[in-house]
Ligand binder design. Structure first.
Ligand SMILES: [Zn+2]
Length: 660
């Protein structure tokens, strides 16, 4: 039997907002979790920050097909390219086709339905021979050459390993345009892409989809790859090296057989074979959890590259290492990122939060719930900014640990709110939804589906966990009165209340009772029927909610100012708030008769921090001055405090705030 008594303390709450807003908080990102190799993106960008702006071009067409032919010369660090693009006009009278393409790359010619071109900044505009009406198809070609400049995480790089070349692309977020002309936006997926890579014949060139042919010609080899699944520009991949190749055939439950193939440096073949042996287990688990791997008619593969982390190129992940965390993360991206791509870089948590959470899911499947919780714990650290990215102008602001780790926690907490069965049904429904599958989705799309599947309104959930910064901060205390557990909880964070459905464990000798309660803000008291003497009470025993939680004296929680009795008066504290170092605090009180008084200061946890008076005083008006220092001379931290005036028979309390 559960009974809830709620009492909001708005006055206290406003004071808390006042002082917390005044404290400039500086939190540094904790990068220790990146030792997991759960992608190195955030760490690397600290070393190299580059700025770019998301395209604001009105393209006016819908891409259906790209054919990209590249001749890659490692000796000259140069590429020669030929692009064919097929598209449909989306406007009346389309006469010019804008493509994203960096200005440093030299355009040699344009053709098919394009007759001339113009360049403005990093936009290449093709002039068409005629106007194309809405829905009409056209086809353009561009031939070009150049040495792609550095950008983002290194969009197209020439490196070496053990004396051999390694040439690889990593275009995310908007740097495909550094090395090939394209409509470089995540929302327009080509229906299919063909990539022909011509490289010196001692090298192997790897890309998306299936290998259609390999042709040799006078010291060069052309590898023709084709994917027949929709794909966006940043997922188009090039990886070239003297690869050693190994793999196996993976069989799906429906009997589909698919190549699982790894291209690694020859000197790393041994450890790659050892470490990548878990890949089929991951694939099996994710098939079961999310629905079958989306590109099963083609392949899944890994291509080693020189970058420290991983990149989820569609059907061919690029890897810098082979740890389970990294491999499972990139594999999960094939569903979350590749099959369903975020509509805007602001929604990048739909890729990274999901992939990071999938690492934990794989750990849960392989080991147990405790290992899963431990894994989530490693992603619980101080975060900067919100999960929803407000500034998408640099890789630094997009790929931060908040997006990865707090993004993973959004899903973890959602799982608790809507329940295990509904949560996994939601993931499978999301993956299967024709509105998003082979297309893109926004945070709102996912939220709406979560509401539909769970039958619950979830605006509040996404608002507080995805769009809001920070985390709930809670003080709690409990006591037992006979068969009743009384729990007091107070939210003390700034910026409004959180809605927090909690589990509660009430622990007695040899017996634990489980309850649930929902804290909705401010100070609230809850009562639970218990049968045995309790030794411990644990809020959120299974660690579903990000929070700071501190136990305090039961009686101090929810304390309001108590009026003074008739024998004396305690005036409001002045100035309030009190700015430390600027002035002194004045505590005025009056005694109507001679009393033994004790005047003391308490912090918000109910701890006595300073005793200002402990004397027998005659009747009269008093003003006690305090400089804000604790008994031993320590400076008092900013925060909420109480002054208590106590006599032998009565007491009065006043609140005040110290700012620094
Ligand atoms: Zn990722």
């Amino acid at each position: 039997m559960l009974r809830i008594i709620m009492r909001q303390s708005f006055h206290l709450f406003l004071l808390l907002i006042l002082f917390q807003a005044a404290i400039a908080q500086e939190t540094l990102p904790d990068l220790s979790h990146h030792e997991l190799e759960a992608e190195n993106k955030a760490r690397q960008l600290l070393m190299r920050r580059s700025r770019a702006v998301e395209a604001q071009i009105n393209y006016g067409y819908d891409v259906t097909f790209y054919r990209l032919q590249l001749r890659i010369d490692p000796a000259r660090r140069e590429i020669e390219g030929a692009l064919v693009m097929e598209a449909k006009s989306e406007t009346a009278g389309l006469t010019a086709v804008p493509l994203d393409f960096y200005a440093n790359m030299q355009v040699l010619s344009v053709g098919e339905n394009a007759v001339s071109f113009a360049r403005s900044g990093n936009v290449l505009s093709l002039n068409l021979a005629q106007a194309y009406q809405r829905g009409e198809k056209f086809r353009v070609s561009v031939s070009y050459r150049g040495n792609p400049q550095d950008g983002g995480f290194g969009a197209f790089t020439f490196n070496t390993h053990n004396g051999a070349p390694i040439i690889a692309s990593l275009s995310e977020p908007y740097y495909a345009r550094l090395w090939w002309p394209c409509k470089d936006t995540p929302v327009d997926k080509a229906d299919s892409v063909q990539i022909d890579l011509t490289v010196p014949d001692n090298l192997t060139a790897v890309s998306n989809g299936t290998l259609e042919s390999v042709r040799s010609l006078s010291g060069w080899k052309t590898f023709s790859w084709k994917t027949r699944y929709p794909i966006t520009t940043y997922l188009v991949s090039v990886a070239v090296s003297n690869y050693a190749e190994f793999g196996e055939t993976f069989t799906f439950l429906d009997g589909t057989r698919m190549p699982l193939v790894h291209y690694v440096y020859p000197e790393r073949l041994g450890d790659a074979q050892f470490q990548l042996a878990d890949t089929p287990d991951m694939l099996k688990f994710f098939n079961r959890a999310f629905g079958d791997y989306p590109f099963k008619k083609e392949k899944y593969g890994h291509a080693q590259f020189a970058w420290g982390g991983g990149m989820e190129h569609q059907t061919i992940t690029s890897l810098g290492g082979f740890s389970d965390g990294l491999v499972s993360h990139e594999l999960a991206h094939q569903w979350f990122g590749d099959l369903i791509t975020m509509k805007s870089w602001q929604d990048i948590w739909l890729n990274e939060g999901f992939a990071s959470y999938s690492e934990a899911l794989f750990v849960e499947d392989r080991f147990d719930k405790a290992a899963y919780r431990n894994y989530m714990g490693r992603m619980d650290h101080s975060y900067t900014g919100s999960v929803f990215v407000r500034d998408t102008t640099s890789v630094g602001s997009i790929f931060n640990t908040t997006v990865y780790h707090k993004g993973a926690w959004v899903l973890h907490t959602l799982r608790h709110v809507i329940g295990d069965a509904t949560f996994f049904q939601l993931l499978r429904s999301y993956v299967a939804d024709p509105r998003y599958r082979f297309g893109s989705a926004s945070t709102d799309d996912f939220k709406n589906l979560a509401e539909q599947i769970s039958g619950r309104e979830l605006d509040w959930f996404f608002e507080q966990w995805v769009y809001r910064e920070g985390r709930p901060e809670l003080l709690y205390g409990w006591k037992q009165e006979g068969a009743q557990l009384i729990l007091r909880v107070q939210q003390t964070q700034s910026g409004g209340s959180y809605r927090l459905p909690f589990d509660l464990a009430a622990i007695a000798q040899n017996d634990t009772s489980r309850f649930t309660f929902e804290h909705t803000g401010g100070f609230q008291e809850f009562r639970f029927a218990v049968s045995k003497p309790l030794t411990k009470v644990v809020i959120d025993p299974d660690y579903w909610v990000l929070k700071t939680l501190q136990q305090t004296d039961f009686n101090r929680l929810g304390v309001d100012e108590t009026p003074a009795p008739e024998t004396f008066a305690l005036q409001p504290i002045s100035p309030n708030p009190f700015v430390f170092g600027k002035n002194n605090l004045t505590i005025r009180f009056a005694l109507s008769r001679s009393e033994t008084v004790r005047l003391a200061v308490f912090n918000a946890l109910g701890q006595e921090v300073a005793v200002l008076l402990a004397n027998q005083l005659p009747s009269g008006d008093y003003a006690q001055i305090w400089d804000g220092r604790f008994a031993r001379g320590d400076l008092s931290p900013a925060g909420l405090y109480f002054v208590r005036l106590q006599t032998e028979t009565a007491q009065a309390t006043r609140k005040f705030v110290i700012l620094r």
